[in-house]
Write a protein that binds this ligand. Sequence first.
Ligand code: NAD
Length: 429
Amino acid sequence: MKLTIIGTGYVGLVSGTCFAEVGHQVVCVDNDAAKVKMLQAGGIPIYEPGLEEMVKKNVAAGRLSFTNSTAEGVEKSDIIFIAVPTPPQADGSVDLSFIERVARDIANSMTAYKIIVDKSTVPVKTGDKVAETIKRYCRTKVEFDVVSNPEFLREGFAVEDLMHPDRVVIGVRSPRPIEAMKEIYVPFKAPIIVTDINSAELIKHAANSFLALKISYINAIANICEAAGANVQEVANGIGLDERIGRRFLNAGIGFGGSCFPKDLSAFIKIAETIGYDFRLLKEVQRLNAEQMDRFVKKITETLWVLKDKKIGVLGLAFKQNTDDIRSSPAIDLCQRLLKEGATLRVHDPKAMDKAKAMLPNVTYVADMNDVAEGCDAIVVATEWDDFKKLDLDRAKDALTHPIMFDGRNLFDPAEMESRGWVYKSIGR
Ligand code: NAD
């Protein structure tokens, strides 16, 4: 099938590439000229495991191309996906100006029936607004359908998630686009749920808010474990084996971040408020998440006392492992707090150092994780990269003035760390 994706970022580029991988003919559009130029020249603007090879393969096969012309994208395909940003505004509500802009651009270029599919995460009822906008701006009064098809990929596992989705949600206002939408997804062999548009839009916010809630729940349990002398990992295993609960998203840490959970949570609270429901449960999730970082910083200051003139080695800058994305990263937030207290930082991340440089200009970037501890007063683990489990602990111990580690992601075993002579502080253990 011929598909166009408008917005070639984490969602647009990866979904466009996966659509091409299963045989569809895909045009990816972006209004960032430098990004399109880079992609046309064979470069990949983001890091996702497996993505680079897949892009190259599909470009070479003639199934994937890039342009900055929305008109070209609209002309070449019958199905147009929207995957542009929906960032938060100061009051937590969603900035829908990118969606509105694209809806107008599509309308201006439409000369025949099109299915316009929203893949961006949007407030309930946005589909209606997109339909109204297209109707208003379309000069030739052609027929069209608006569909909601929320995306559930996890950064760091985006290719895997798109190739093997748990489910595909298709929200429609009329039966006409259903068969075409199903046909796109047949090769992915996933359960397809067809709903009305409002429900599809709500599914995305409800899913992300529930996952954020699960993280805050285990962080609250971690705090109880610390006070009671229990181990949160054992508690998580004990409750997670219950199929009704599940073990995933039960890893205690310094809180969730990234470009989705914080903004989607704020958005859902605001959406609920707009339709007359005070979502206090989710407000508490936000509060717990902020508190989790405060508690971790307090743990560091209680041990190191004064941070001014202390040198700290930080492992991790990305908001989670397997990505170079630092948007709303707890690790960056942590670094900024430590810098504010007067500490100097040596930092390492396997993929996110280039992107972090603009936000953290006054730190020392260290290419090898095993050099991070050099001359430091402590090491902090801020992102759960598997690589960090291979840290040369003896070398780090020798390099530190005193072997102290604050592990915000519970990567190491407390008993083993203590037996190796470390002062080791983790979360909920
Ligand atoms: P992104 O910032 O990585 O990519 C968006 C792209 O859209 C950018 O390349 C930008 O240049 C482009 N763009 C903006 N305006 C445009 C326009 N008028 N015409 C053409 N291109 C335009 O964002 P993302 O992370 O891919 O997120 C996109 C949407 O998907 C958001 O609503 C987000 O909430 C949602 N989402 C993201 C994830 C994720 O893990 N990143 C997962 C599921 C859903």
